[in-house]
Design a protein around this ligand. Structure first.
Ligand SMILES: NC(=O)c1ccc[n+]([C@@H]2O[C@H](COP(=O)([O-])OP(=O)(O)OC[C@H]3O[C@@H](n4cnc5c(N)ncnc54)[C@H](OP(=O)(O)O)[C@@H]3O)[C@@H](O)[C@H]2O)c1
Length: 247
């Protein structure tokens, strides 16, 4: 197997579950030094055992700037550089307009938007030409789903960051792109489908490919956008959603 990320230093926020965990495993299998984060220490320890390959974890919340400082201080001590950032940590909560509470708004924007901004900004002093940033978007940023206005707005912001930061980072030679999943079979999604009768059938009927994505399918897109194979791709939003947004 070709190892596209041999000795590359890769930081993945929210790498203890779902898409982030699978993506961390894929980078590690291709030779990268992988750092993952997550708020729950116990889950972080389990995830590191699952990933193996010398992956390291730094417990922390992306919406807490001091936690991000601790993360990058450790990466700097260990390697002195970052080659790839996958700003993946994100939460989805729902409330219809008319019932949006301030703490719902603050929590989702703090993690998804503020967390992404400072995850990337604080990595920049350690990055150089050839570096890649992949942001976690969502098909929700381009569609209208009932009760998901706050989450969807955070993902529209992510898409916008990739455009502006592509220009801001032009002279640094750092590429920024977004990977936007549709509906993905993560452990959290599995639980949601179990508790919401009819939701899986609705998704299968709505997605042109007739099924949900596997986390491996999102990971492949993240590795593509992080590798030289996408050397002339910038400011792009790659939908990995079985045709959901495009069709
Ligand atoms: N699954 C989907 O269908 C889908 C679709 C479109 C987009 N996405 C996007 O893809 C990304 C990953 O989603 P997922 O479904 O894989 O999520 P998930 O299975 O719920 O896992 C989320 C991960 O992020 C961590 N996390 C959450 N909040 C955090 C915070 N404040 N600071 C640091 N880490 C945090 C979690 O660990 P802790 O809880 O321990 O912090 C966990 O490791 C998200 O940005 C999501 O919006 C997912």
């Amino acid at each position: 197997m070709t190892k596209r990320f041999e000795n590359k230093v890769v930081v993945i926020t929210g790498g203890t579950d779902g898409i982030g965990l699978t993506t961390a495993g894929s980078f590690a299998a291709e030779g990268a030094h992988v750092y993952i984060t997550g708020r729950r220490q116990e889950r972080l320890d389990e995830a590191l055992r699952e990933i193996g390959n010398g992956a390291l974890g730094v417990q922390g919340d992306v919406s807490n700037l001091a936690d991000l400082d601790r993360l990058y201080a450790q990466v700097k001590r260990d390697h002195g550089r970052v080659d790839v950032v996958f700003a993946n940590a994100g939460v989805s909560e729902s409330a219809p307009v008319g019932s949006i509470e301030e703490d719902h708004f603050d929590r989702v924007f703090d993690i998804n938007v503020k967390g992404t901004v400072f995850t990337v900004q604080k990595a920049l002093p350690l990055m150089s030409a050839g570096g890649a940033v992949v942001l976690s978007g969502s098909g929700a940023g381009s569609k209208g789903f009932a009760s998901l206005s706050i989450y969807s707005a955070t993902k529209a912001a992510i898409r916008s960051f990739a455009r502006t930061w592509t220009v801001d980072l032009k002279s640094e030679g750092i590429r920024v792109n977004v990977v936007s999943p549709g509906m993905v079979m993560t452990p959290a999604m599995h639980t949601y489908l179990k508790n919401n009768t009819g939701a899986e059938e609705w998704m299968k009927q709505t997605i042109p490919f007739g099924r949900l994505a596997q986390t491996e399918e999102i990971a492949k897109a993240v590795l593509f956008l992080s590798s030289d194979e996408s050397s002339f791709v910038g400011g792009e939003e790659l939908f990995v959603d079985g045709g959901f947004v495009a069709v």
